[in-house]
Design a protein around this ligand. Structure first.
Ligand SMILES: Nc1ncnc2c1ncn2[C@@H]1O[C@H](COP(=O)(O)OP(=O)(O)OP(=O)(O)O)[C@@H](O)[C@H]1O
Length: 284
Protein backbone atom coordinates (compact mmCIF):
# COMPACT_ATOMS: atom_id res chain seq x y z
CA UNK A 1 0.00 0.00 0.00
CA UNK A 2 1.24 3.54 -0.75
CA UNK A 3 -0.06 6.42 1.38
CA UNK A 4 0.53 10.09 0.64
CA UNK A 5 1.22 12.33 3.62
CA UNK A 6 1.63 16.01 2.61
CA UNK A 7 4.18 15.87 -0.19
CA UNK A 8 6.01 12.79 1.01
CA UNK A 9 5.15 9.38 -0.39
CA UNK A 10 5.49 6.67 2.26
CA UNK A 11 5.52 2.94 1.51
CA UNK A 12 3.60 0.95 4.13
CA UNK A 13 3.97 -2.82 3.98
CA UNK A 14 0.80 -4.88 4.12
CA UNK A 15 0.32 -7.06 7.23
CA UNK A 16 1.05 -10.74 6.66
CA UNK A 17 -1.72 -12.81 8.35
CA UNK A 18 0.77 -15.62 9.05
CA UNK A 19 2.54 -13.50 11.66
CA UNK A 20 1.12 -12.60 15.08
CA UNK A 21 4.05 -10.29 15.68
CA UNK A 22 5.74 -8.67 12.70
CA UNK A 23 8.20 -5.93 13.66
CA UNK A 24 10.36 -4.19 11.11
CA UNK A 25 13.19 -2.10 12.49
CA UNK A 26 11.13 -1.06 15.55
CA UNK A 27 12.94 1.30 17.85
CA UNK A 28 11.92 3.07 21.06
CA UNK A 29 13.63 6.28 22.09
CA UNK A 30 13.01 8.27 25.28
CA UNK A 31 14.73 11.51 26.22
CA UNK A 32 17.40 11.10 23.55
CA UNK A 33 18.31 7.53 24.58
CA UNK A 34 17.47 4.44 22.55
CA UNK A 35 15.86 1.90 24.90
CA UNK A 36 15.54 -0.85 22.32
CA UNK A 37 16.05 -1.30 18.60
CA UNK A 38 16.19 -1.41 15.77
CA UNK A 39 14.62 -4.86 16.04
CA UNK A 40 13.06 -6.88 13.22
CA UNK A 41 11.20 -9.91 14.53
CA UNK A 42 8.41 -12.22 13.37
CA UNK A 43 6.37 -14.66 15.44
CA UNK A 44 4.20 -17.28 13.75
CA UNK A 45 1.05 -18.99 15.04
CA UNK A 46 2.59 -22.17 16.42
CA UNK A 47 5.79 -20.63 17.84
CA UNK A 48 6.79 -20.32 21.50
CA UNK A 49 9.51 -17.72 22.00
CA UNK A 50 11.72 -16.80 24.88
CA UNK A 51 13.27 -13.31 25.07
CA UNK A 52 16.47 -13.54 27.05
CA UNK A 53 19.01 -10.94 28.06
CA UNK A 54 20.65 -9.12 30.95
CA UNK A 55 19.03 -6.41 33.08
CA UNK A 56 18.21 -3.31 31.06
CA UNK A 57 18.57 -5.10 27.70
CA UNK A 58 15.18 -3.79 26.52
CA UNK A 59 13.13 -7.01 26.94
CA UNK A 60 10.13 -5.44 28.70
CA UNK A 61 10.17 -2.42 26.39
CA UNK A 62 9.99 -4.75 23.36
CA UNK A 63 7.20 -6.76 24.98
CA UNK A 64 5.23 -3.59 25.68
CA UNK A 65 5.07 -2.98 21.92
CA UNK A 66 3.88 -6.60 21.49
CA UNK A 67 1.20 -5.94 24.14
CA UNK A 68 0.04 -2.84 22.20
CA UNK A 69 0.91 -0.72 25.25
CA UNK A 70 3.41 1.55 23.47
CA UNK A 71 4.02 2.51 19.87
CA UNK A 72 7.53 2.40 18.43
CA UNK A 73 9.27 5.73 17.89
CA UNK A 74 10.22 4.45 14.44
CA UNK A 75 9.82 1.31 12.38
CA UNK A 76 6.72 -0.72 11.55
CA UNK A 77 4.85 -2.96 13.98
CA UNK A 78 2.05 -5.33 13.00
CA UNK A 79 0.22 -7.26 15.71
CA UNK A 80 -2.28 -10.04 14.97
CA UNK A 81 -2.38 -8.87 11.36
CA UNK A 82 -3.15 -5.22 12.29
CA UNK A 83 -0.84 -2.28 11.92
CA UNK A 84 -0.10 -0.59 15.26
CA UNK A 85 -0.99 3.05 14.80
CA UNK A 86 -3.91 2.42 12.46
CA UNK A 87 -5.95 0.06 14.66
CA UNK A 88 -8.00 0.68 17.81
CA UNK A 89 -5.75 -0.85 20.50
CA UNK A 90 -8.74 -1.37 22.82
CA UNK A 91 -9.98 -3.94 20.28
CA UNK A 92 -6.53 -5.49 19.93
CA UNK A 93 -5.67 -5.90 23.64
CA UNK A 94 -8.39 -8.45 24.55
CA UNK A 95 -6.86 -10.73 21.88
CA UNK A 96 -3.53 -10.64 23.76
CA UNK A 97 -3.06 -12.40 27.13
CA UNK A 98 -0.54 -10.64 29.36
CA UNK A 99 1.02 -11.56 32.68
CA UNK A 100 3.52 -9.09 34.13
CA UNK A 101 4.68 -7.76 37.48
CA UNK A 102 3.12 -4.37 36.58
CA UNK A 103 -0.25 -6.13 36.36
CA UNK A 104 0.42 -8.22 39.48
CA UNK A 105 1.07 -5.06 41.50
CA UNK A 106 -2.36 -3.67 40.60
CA UNK A 107 -4.37 -6.64 41.90
CA UNK A 108 -6.17 -5.80 45.18
CA UNK A 109 -5.15 -8.13 48.04
CA UNK A 110 -8.78 -8.95 48.87
CA UNK A 111 -9.60 -10.08 45.33
CA UNK A 112 -10.96 -13.65 45.20
CA UNK A 113 -8.88 -15.74 42.79
CA UNK A 114 -11.74 -17.06 40.65
CA UNK A 115 -13.15 -13.51 40.26
CA UNK A 116 -9.71 -12.24 39.26
CA UNK A 117 -9.50 -14.89 36.54
CA UNK A 118 -13.08 -14.54 35.31
CA UNK A 119 -12.90 -10.72 35.17
CA UNK A 120 -10.27 -10.96 32.39
CA UNK A 121 -13.16 -11.81 30.07
CA UNK A 122 -14.79 -8.51 31.00
CA UNK A 123 -11.55 -6.54 30.46
CA UNK A 124 -11.49 -5.36 34.08
CA UNK A 125 -9.08 -6.13 36.89
CA UNK A 126 -10.95 -7.63 39.81
CA UNK A 127 -14.61 -8.15 40.58
CA UNK A 128 -16.94 -6.25 38.31
CA UNK A 129 -20.36 -7.90 38.30
CA UNK A 130 -22.07 -9.43 41.34
CA UNK A 131 -22.81 -12.55 39.30
CA UNK A 132 -20.76 -13.96 36.47
CA UNK A 133 -22.14 -16.41 33.95
CA UNK A 134 -21.71 -20.02 35.14
CA UNK A 135 -19.98 -20.77 31.85
CA UNK A 136 -17.38 -18.08 32.53
CA UNK A 137 -16.77 -19.32 36.07
CA UNK A 138 -16.40 -22.89 34.77
CA UNK A 139 -13.84 -21.70 32.23
CA UNK A 140 -11.94 -19.80 34.95
CA UNK A 141 -11.75 -22.99 37.02
CA UNK A 142 -10.56 -24.91 33.91
CA UNK A 143 -7.83 -22.32 33.33
CA UNK A 144 -6.73 -22.53 36.98
CA UNK A 145 -6.70 -26.32 36.68
CA UNK A 146 -4.44 -26.18 33.61
CA UNK A 147 -1.89 -24.34 35.79
CA UNK A 148 -2.43 -26.66 38.79
CA UNK A 149 -4.12 -23.89 40.76
CA UNK A 150 -7.79 -24.90 40.91
CA UNK A 151 -7.54 -25.45 44.69
CA UNK A 152 -6.84 -21.70 45.05
CA UNK A 153 -10.10 -20.57 43.39
CA UNK A 154 -11.78 -19.35 46.60
CA UNK A 155 -8.68 -17.86 48.22
CA UNK A 156 -7.94 -14.14 48.19
CA UNK A 157 -4.99 -12.97 46.08
CA UNK A 158 -3.23 -11.39 49.08
CA UNK A 159 -2.95 -14.78 50.82
CA UNK A 160 -1.18 -16.51 47.91
CA UNK A 161 2.52 -17.27 47.72
CA UNK A 162 4.57 -15.69 44.93
CA UNK A 163 4.52 -18.94 42.91
CA UNK A 164 0.75 -19.32 43.33
CA UNK A 165 0.22 -15.71 42.22
CA UNK A 166 2.25 -16.27 39.06
CA UNK A 167 0.19 -19.34 38.12
CA UNK A 168 -3.10 -17.54 38.83
CA UNK A 169 -2.06 -14.58 36.64
CA UNK A 170 -1.15 -16.90 33.77
CA UNK A 171 -4.56 -18.61 34.14
CA UNK A 172 -6.10 -15.13 33.96
CA UNK A 173 -4.09 -14.29 30.82
CA UNK A 174 -5.47 -17.47 29.19
CA UNK A 175 -9.09 -16.76 30.18
CA UNK A 176 -9.99 -14.85 26.99
CA UNK A 177 -8.54 -17.58 24.74
CA UNK A 178 -5.93 -15.11 23.44
CA UNK A 179 -4.20 -15.45 20.09
CA UNK A 180 -0.96 -14.31 21.68
CA UNK A 181 0.26 -14.95 25.24
CA UNK A 182 2.91 -12.64 26.73
CA UNK A 183 4.62 -13.62 30.00
CA UNK A 184 7.06 -11.11 31.49
CA UNK A 185 9.39 -12.94 33.90
CA UNK A 186 6.84 -15.49 35.13
CA UNK A 187 9.46 -17.31 37.26
CA UNK A 188 10.93 -14.22 38.94
CA UNK A 189 10.95 -14.52 42.73
CA UNK A 190 10.10 -18.23 42.79
CA UNK A 191 12.01 -20.76 44.86
CA UNK A 192 13.48 -23.87 43.22
CA UNK A 193 10.31 -25.95 43.62
CA UNK A 194 8.09 -23.12 42.42
CA UNK A 195 10.30 -22.50 39.40
CA UNK A 196 10.40 -26.17 38.44
CA UNK A 197 6.62 -26.48 38.82
CA UNK A 198 6.06 -23.42 36.63
CA UNK A 199 8.57 -24.50 33.96
CA UNK A 200 6.84 -27.91 33.76
CA UNK A 201 3.37 -26.30 33.51
CA UNK A 202 4.51 -23.88 30.81
CA UNK A 203 6.15 -26.70 28.89
CA UNK A 204 2.90 -28.73 29.00
CA UNK A 205 0.93 -25.67 27.92
CA UNK A 206 3.30 -25.00 25.01
CA UNK A 207 2.92 -28.60 23.84
CA UNK A 208 -0.87 -28.29 23.65
CA UNK A 209 -1.70 -27.79 19.95
CA UNK A 210 -4.49 -25.37 20.94
CA UNK A 211 -2.21 -23.12 22.99
CA UNK A 212 -1.59 -19.60 21.70
CA UNK A 213 1.69 -18.31 20.29
CA UNK A 214 3.70 -17.41 23.37
CA UNK A 215 6.51 -15.01 24.27
CA UNK A 216 8.22 -15.41 27.65
CA UNK A 217 10.81 -13.01 29.08
CA UNK A 218 13.54 -14.29 31.36
CA UNK A 219 17.11 -13.59 32.50
CA UNK A 220 17.86 -17.26 33.10
CA UNK A 221 18.29 -20.13 30.61
CA UNK A 222 17.19 -22.52 33.39
CA UNK A 223 13.69 -21.01 33.11
CA UNK A 224 13.23 -21.92 29.43
CA UNK A 225 10.47 -24.57 29.19
CA UNK A 226 11.78 -27.53 27.16
CA UNK A 227 9.00 -27.41 24.57
CA UNK A 228 9.67 -23.78 23.62
CA UNK A 229 10.81 -23.40 20.02
CA UNK A 230 12.54 -20.04 19.45
CA UNK A 231 14.66 -17.45 21.23
CA UNK A 232 15.52 -13.78 20.84
CA UNK A 233 18.69 -12.77 22.66
CA UNK A 234 18.93 -9.07 23.50
CA UNK A 235 21.76 -6.99 24.90
CA UNK A 236 21.87 -3.22 25.31
CA UNK A 237 18.72 -2.86 23.20
CA UNK A 238 20.12 -4.78 20.23
CA UNK A 239 19.52 -8.31 18.95
CA UNK A 240 22.52 -10.56 19.58
CA UNK A 241 20.85 -13.55 17.94
CA UNK A 242 17.35 -14.82 17.12
CA UNK A 243 15.85 -17.96 15.63
CA UNK A 244 15.49 -21.60 16.63
CA UNK A 245 16.20 -22.17 20.33
CA UNK A 246 19.14 -24.52 19.78
CA UNK A 247 20.82 -22.13 17.36
CA UNK A 248 20.43 -19.10 19.65
CA UNK A 249 21.05 -20.50 23.14
CA UNK A 250 24.74 -21.27 22.78
CA UNK A 251 27.67 -20.55 25.07
CA UNK A 252 29.08 -18.17 22.47
CA UNK A 253 25.88 -16.12 22.11
CA UNK A 254 25.25 -16.01 25.88
CA UNK A 255 28.85 -14.89 26.49
CA UNK A 256 28.32 -12.06 24.00
CA UNK A 257 24.96 -11.03 25.47
CA UNK A 258 26.04 -11.14 29.13
CA UNK A 259 29.61 -9.88 28.48
CA UNK A 260 31.07 -12.79 30.44
CA UNK A 261 32.55 -16.12 29.55
CA UNK A 262 29.59 -18.49 29.93
CA UNK A 263 29.55 -22.26 29.61
CA UNK A 264 26.34 -24.09 28.93
CA UNK A 265 24.96 -27.57 29.60
CA UNK A 266 21.89 -29.21 28.12
CA UNK A 267 20.18 -31.85 30.25
CA UNK A 268 16.80 -33.40 29.44
CA UNK A 269 15.82 -30.56 27.12
CA UNK A 270 16.74 -27.93 29.75
CA UNK A 271 19.61 -25.43 29.64
CA UNK A 272 21.98 -24.73 32.54
CA UNK A 273 24.52 -21.91 32.42
CA UNK A 274 27.41 -20.82 34.59
CA UNK A 275 30.25 -18.37 34.32
CA UNK A 276 33.56 -19.89 33.32
CA UNK A 277 36.24 -18.74 35.75
CA UNK A 278 39.91 -19.10 35.10
CA UNK A 279 41.59 -21.16 37.89
CA UNK A 280 43.12 -18.87 40.50
CA UNK A 281 41.23 -15.83 39.25
CA UNK A 282 39.78 -15.25 42.76
CA UNK A 283 43.36 -14.80 44.08
CA UNK A 284 44.22 -12.13 41.53
N1 LIG B 1 10.21 5.45 30.28
C1 LIG B 1 11.54 5.32 30.27
N2 LIG B 1 12.35 6.40 30.18
C2 LIG B 1 13.70 6.27 30.16
N3 LIG B 1 14.33 5.09 30.19
C3 LIG B 1 13.58 3.97 30.28
C4 LIG B 1 12.15 4.02 30.32
N4 LIG B 1 11.69 2.76 30.40
C5 LIG B 1 12.78 1.95 30.40
N5 LIG B 1 13.92 2.69 30.34
C6 LIG B 1 15.28 2.17 30.25
O1 LIG B 1 15.33 1.36 29.09
C7 LIG B 1 16.22 0.28 29.28
C8 LIG B 1 15.52 -1.03 28.95
O2 LIG B 1 14.54 -1.26 29.95
P1 LIG B 1 13.68 -2.59 29.98
O3 LIG B 1 12.82 -2.53 31.20
O4 LIG B 1 13.01 -2.79 28.68
O5 LIG B 1 14.83 -3.68 30.15
P2 LIG B 1 14.72 -5.20 30.58
O6 LIG B 1 15.60 -5.96 29.66
O7 LIG B 1 13.28 -5.62 30.65
O8 LIG B 1 15.36 -5.12 32.01
P3 LIG B 1 15.15 -6.03 33.36
O9 LIG B 1 15.64 -7.38 32.96
O10 LIG B 1 16.03 -5.36 34.35
O11 LIG B 1 13.70 -6.00 33.70
C9 LIG B 1 16.71 0.37 30.72
O12 LIG B 1 17.97 0.98 30.71
C10 LIG B 1 15.68 1.26 31.40
O13 LIG B 1 16.26 2.02 32.44
Amino acid sequence: MITVSNTKVVAVSEPDPDFLIDFEDVLIRRGGATLVGPVSWKVELDEKWVILGPNGAGKTTLMRIAAAEVHPTSGGAHLLGERLGSVDVTELRPRIGLSSSALANRVPADEVVKDLVVSAGYAVLGRWQEQYENMDTDRAIDMLESLGAEHLADRTYGTLSEGERKRVLIARALMTDPELLLLDEPAAGLDLGGREELVARLSDLAEDPDSPATVLITHHVEEIPPSFTHALLLSEGRVVSQGLLDDVITAENLSAAFSQSISLDRVGGRFFARRTRRPGLHRA
